[in-house]
Structure formats: structure tokens, C-alpha cells
Design a protein. Sequence first.
Length: 311
Amino acid sequence: MATTTAPSTDARTRGGAPPPRERTGRRRAGATFYLFLVPSLVLFTLAITVPAVMGITLSFTDSVGFGEFRFIGLTNYIAMVSDPAILSSYGFTVGFALVTVIVVNAVAFLLAVGLTSRIRAKVALRAVFVLPMVISGIIIAYVFQFLFSNSLPQLGEWAGVGWLSQSLLANEDLAWLTIVFVTAWQAIPSALLIYIAGILSIPGEVYEAAAMDGASSWRRLVSITLPLVAGYVVINVIIGFKNFLNAYDIIVGLTNGGPGTATRSVAMTIFSGFTGGDYAYQMANATVFFLIAVVLALLQLRVTRGKASVS
């Protein structure tokens, strides 16, 4: 009897439910996991969720940020549609983001192609090119603000170039270009790293076969490199566009939204309303801007998931 009972017990242990001690260990591990998760959830709720819900609620009121208020429905949202300041900030922000994302991805891709080719000291050059990424945006803005306001005008006077002898930051037609330049200078390294990873993932045999068939360097770039890194291009474009829509620190350091309101972004418009008595009105603006960011974030998540599944 004993010899037949022992194997059946072992079989139940191997193929059936886990032993009591194993189930207890799993429950303890799960409890520990949730115990460590609670502080993060509490902090996220208090710092992010609760203020967001309160802000969205106040966007339907006439609140100035303190004191009594009354609900006015969609009045703030309707007023935004015909507000020149709001429309101007959205026009500048979207246009700036589009131009910057094109510049960043074009330059980053070309640099990635060069830094993955057979050149000397390419590892050292990669380290040099990613340095701007680790510097604070406001510090970069103040450095370039000095260059555009002092050094560049002096160079323009010496060269006899009239439009360059004055600060570009005071020119309504050219100030936005300085913001594009400085923002791209800081954003190129992150896009560069993604493109380098994409190019290095392409098997070398593909290029060797193309070279044996007589394909030129340009043909290999257009017919092999670009199609195989297309997924990385899409990821960089979406991430970059979403980040550039939130432009704030570099604009504050360079032009502070000037001259006039020519370079005032949506984020600057929202923050200025918080201290200017338009709290509820700018909360409506922030709510619309938040929904745009959520749509872009969902699109980014879908694209990156698709890229991960293909890889």
C-alpha cells in the first residue's frame, strides 16, 4: 500500500497544484509587491491625479485661483476659439514643433550615418555629439542668448552684414529661428542615439551583398538604410513633436516670448494666466493642451509597441 501511495502524492505535487509552502511564498511576494507600490500610488494621486481633476473642474468656472467661484459651463472653452492670443500661441507652437522635428531628424540621421561608417575615432565623436543632451535647457538658452545678443552682432558689424549686426532675438521675423536652432542643438543627441541603434541593427551582410551588386553609397543609403530604419524615424518624429509642443525653458531663456508675443508658446501662455487673473481660462487651455498630449502619447505607445513586436 505504501509503495503505491507515495508515487501518486509525488505526481500530484509535480503536475497538480503547487505545494502549500510555495503558494504561501507567492502570496507573501504579492503582498510585498503591493506594499511597495502603495507609496508610489499615493504620491502620484496626490501630486498628479488630484490636481489634474481639480484643474479640469475649475476650467468650467470663473475662478481666479483663490476665493469664491461659480460654474459657467463651456464659456472658457468657447472664448478660446476666438482669442487671438491663444490662437497665436498654438500657431507658433505647432509651427515651431514641425520645423524643429524636421531639422532634428534630418541632422541626426545624417550624423548617425556618418558615425556608423568606417571613420576614425567614431566612438569618441559619438561621446562629443551627445554632450548637449546632458546640459540643462535653461543654461543652454542663457549661453546662446548672450551669443545672439552680443557676440553675433559684433561679428555682423565687423563683416558689414546689416541684419546680423542687430540681435536676432529682437527681430520678430527671425527670433523663432534662434529658438529652433537652440532646441535642435539640444535635441539632436537623443534622436542620434536612436538612429545609431537602428543602423547598427541592420545586418552587415545586406550592405556587402549590395556592394557586390555594384550599388553606390547613395543607393545603399536610399534603398537599404532608410527603409530598414523607417520605424525608428517614426518613433523619433512622434517623440520629438510631442516634446517640442511642451517647449518652455529654452524660450524663456532666449526671448521670454518676445519680441512682443511673437515667440510665446502654449506652455508660456498657460503659466502667464495663472498669475495674471485668468486662472480658470488658462486651465481650460491647459485641459485642451493635455488632451492633445494624451493623443500623441497614445500614438507613440502604439508605434513603439508595433516596433517592438516587429523586432
